[in-house]
Design a protein around this ligand. Structure first.
Ligand code: ADP
Length: 485
C-alpha cells in the first residue's frame, strides 16, 4: 500500500508537540507493515537545510497565488516531499508563530497551500505525468493539513480515501470568511456541510466533513471529543460521524528512549538493574539544587499550562513537601504558573527545583532518575511523557483522561493483586484528588517491593510504534477493503 502523509511538523526536523513525533515515527513503523509512506511537509528553513541534492518533482506556478515546488529527498528513513515555497515558509520564527510569538497573519494561506499541494499530488500523481507515483490513501494531521480532503472533494478528479488524525481538537484553524474566495474552492463549499463554521472558515471542520475516516490519538479521547466538555464545538459534527471515528494510541521511539543504551544518562539500566537509576537520581537532584537522598523524587516535564493541570499542581506543592517528597519541574509556558512554581521553590529550598526551559537531554535524565512523573492534565489526547515514564521506570501519576487513561493502569488493590498496575491514576481532576494521589504515590514508594513491581510492570508495557502501526495498518486496509479498493 502507498500512503501520502501530510503534516505541518515532522520530528526530528521541526517539532512543537506530539504531532511531530507521530509524523516522524509512524512512516518508519508502517514500512514494516508493507506500507510505503511519502511525507509532505512545508519547506521551513530547518527543512531546506537538509534539502541539498533533493530531486525536483513538480512546480506549481500559482499555488493559491504563490510559486512553489515539490522536492523529494530521503532523510533518516523518511521519504520526504518538501513544499519549497520561500514566500510562505522561509520565516525567522517557528512553524506557526513569528518571533514575537504571534500567529503569522497568512497562516490560512500557508496551510491551505500545503493541503492543496497534497490534494493535487494525490489526485494527479506526484509529477502530474501519466503513471507517476500516486497514493492509495491520504493521511492528514490536524488543522494544518485538514483542507486536503476538502480540496480533493471539490476537485474534478476522483477523490481518494483519506484519514484525518486529530492530535488536539483545541486547535481548529478558524479564519474570517473574507479569506474564503482566496481558497479557490467553489462557492458551495462555504456551507454547513463544507468549510463554513458559524459564519467563519474552519479548516479542521472542513477536514472532519470530507475525510473518509477520523482518528484521534487514543480511544478515550475519541469518546471524549463527542462531549461538549472536550469537543470544543465540534462534538455535534463528530457525533454525526461517530461510525467513522476511532482512537489509536501513539507509540514512542524505543531506540531513542531506551534506558539500556541512552547516552544522555549517567547510568544506563534495565528492569533487572533498577538500582543503577540512583546515579541518575543523584544527578537530577544536583541539577535542580535539591537535597540528596533516597526519599521520593517526583518530576514534571511539561508545558506549564492549565491544559496540563499545572495550576492544580501548584496548589498541592506545600502538601507534597510536607509529606516528604521532592519535585523537579522542567517546563515553561504561562508566566503566572512559572512564577507560582518559582515561588514554591523559594518557599521550599532543596525540596522543589524549577528549570524554566525546554531541555530534551535533561528530560531523558529526569525520566531515568526520578521516581515518578506527575501528569495532572485536564485533557490529554494521547500524551507522550507517561509513555517515556513507563519505559524508564519513572512511575506515571496521571489524571484519568484521554491517552493517560488508556496507557496507565492504576495501582489500586485490584491492579496490584492482578500484577497489572503500572502507575497511579486518579479522577475526577481536582487539587484535592491530585494531592491524595501524590500522597498515595508516596506511601506506595515507601514499600520498596511494591514500588519495584509497579516500575517493572510499566517497563514491560508495549509502548513501541509497532503496536500503533499495526492498528493504523489495519485501519487503512479496512478503509480500502470497505470501499472495494
Ligand atoms: P503536548 O504535545 O501536549 O505538549 P505531549 O506529552 O504529547 O504533550 O508531548 C510533549 C513532548 O514534549 C514530550 O516529548 C516531552 O518530553 C516534551 N517536553 C515538554 N516539555 C519539555 C521541556 N520543558 N523540556 C524537554 N522536553 C519537553
Amino acid at each position: 500500500m502507498q500512503v501520502l502523509s501530510v503534516a505541518s511538523e515532522v520530528y526530528p526536523l521541526v517539532k512543537t508537540g506530539g504531532l511531530a513525533d507521530v509524523a516522524g515515527a509512524l512512516p518508519i513503523a508502517l514500512a514494516k507493515q508493507d506500507i510505503a509512506v511519502k511525507t509532505l511537509m512545508p519547506g521551513y528553513p530547518a527543512v531546506m537545510r537538509i534539502a541539498e541534492g533533493a530531486a525536483l518533482r513538480r512546480t506549481f506556478p500559482d499555488l493559491l497565488g504563490v510559486e512553489a515546488h515539490i522536492l523529494e529527498i530521503e532523510y533518516k528513513g523518511l521519504d520526504l516531499l518538501i513544499l519549497d515555497c520561500p514566500e510562505l515558509f522561509d520565516r525567522q520564527g517557528g512553524p506557526y508563530l513569528d518571533t514575537d510569538g504571534k500567529d503569522y497573519t497568512d497562516n490560512w494561506r500557508r496551510f491551505a497551500a500545503l493541503s492543496k499541494a497534497g490534494a493535487i499530488i494525490a489526485q494527479q500523481g506526484l509529477t502530474g505525468d501519466p503513471g507517476s507515483w500516486q497514493p492509495d490513501l491520504v493521511h492528514v494531521h490536524d488543522w494544518q493539513a485538514a483542507m486536503l480532503p476538502a480540496y480533493m472533494r471539490y476537485a474534478a478528479e476522483a477523490e481518494l480515501p483519506s484519514v484525518i488524525t486529530i492530535h488536539n481538537i483545541a486547535f481548529q484553524g478558524v479564519f474570517d470568511a473574507e479569506i474564503f474566495p482566496e481558497l479557490e474552492l467553489p462557492p458551495h463549499a462555504f456551507s454547513i456541510d463544507g468549510i463554513e463554521y458559524y459564519g467563519k472558515v474552519s479548516f479542521l471542520k472542513a477536514g472532519l466533513q470530507a475525510s473518509w475516516e477520523i482518528s484521534t490519538v487514543s480511544p478515550s479521547y475519541a469518546e471524549e471529543v463527542l462531549t461538549p466538555e472536550f469537543g470544543m464545538g465540534l462534538e455535534g459534527l463528530l457525533h454525526s460521524r461517530s461510525d467513522d471515528l476511532t482512537g489509536i494510541v501513539n507509540g514512542i521511539d524505543t531506540d531513542v528512549w531506551n534506558p539500556q543504551t541512552d547516552p544522555l544518562l549517567a547510568s544506563t539500566y534495565s528492569a533487572a538493574t533498577l538500582k543503577a537509576r540512583s546515579d541518575n537520581k543523584r544527578l537530577v537532584a544536583e541539577r535542580f539544587a535539591l537535597d540528596a537522598g533516597d526519599g521520593p523524587l517526583f518530576c514534571v516535564i511539561s508545558r506549564l499550562t492549565e491544559q496540563k493541570g499545572m495550576d492544580l499542581l501548584a496548589e498541592t506543592l506545600d502538601d507534597l513537601v510536607t509529606h516528604g517528597a521532592r519535585l523537579a519541574v522542567l517546563g515553561s509556558g504561562n508566566k503566572t504558573l512559572e512564577d507560582a512554581f518559582h515561588a514554591a521553590a523559594i518557599r521550599h529550598p532543596g525540596r522543589i527545583g524549577v528549570i524554566a526551559a525546554y531541555d530534551e537531554p535533561l528530560s531523558h535524565l529526569m525520566q531515568a532518575g526520578c521516581d515518578a512523573i506527575v501528569i495532572p492534565s485536564r485533557f490529554e489526547p494521547c500524551g507522550l511523557t507517561q509513555l517515556y515514564g513507563l519505559r524508564y521506570g519513572c512511575v506515571p501519576i496521571v489524571a484519568r483522561t484521554g491517552g493517560l487513561n488508556d496507557t496507565v493502569i492504576d495501582a489500586s488493590h485490584a491492579g496490584l493483586a492482578a500484577k497489572a498496575a503500572t502507575g497511579i491514576s486518579f479522577g475526577p481532576l481536582t487539587a484535592d484528588n491530585l494531592a491524595r494521589a501524590l500522597r498515595r504515590a508516596i506511601r506506595l514508594y515507601e514499600d520498596d517491593k511494591v514500588w519495584t513491581v509497579i516500575q517493572k510492570q510499566g517497563m514491560k508495557s508495549d509502548v513501541s510504534w509497532n503496536r500503533s502501526a499495526a492498528l493504523y495498518a489495519a485501519l487503512f486496509s479496512e478503509i480500502l477493503a470497505r470501499k472495494g479498493i
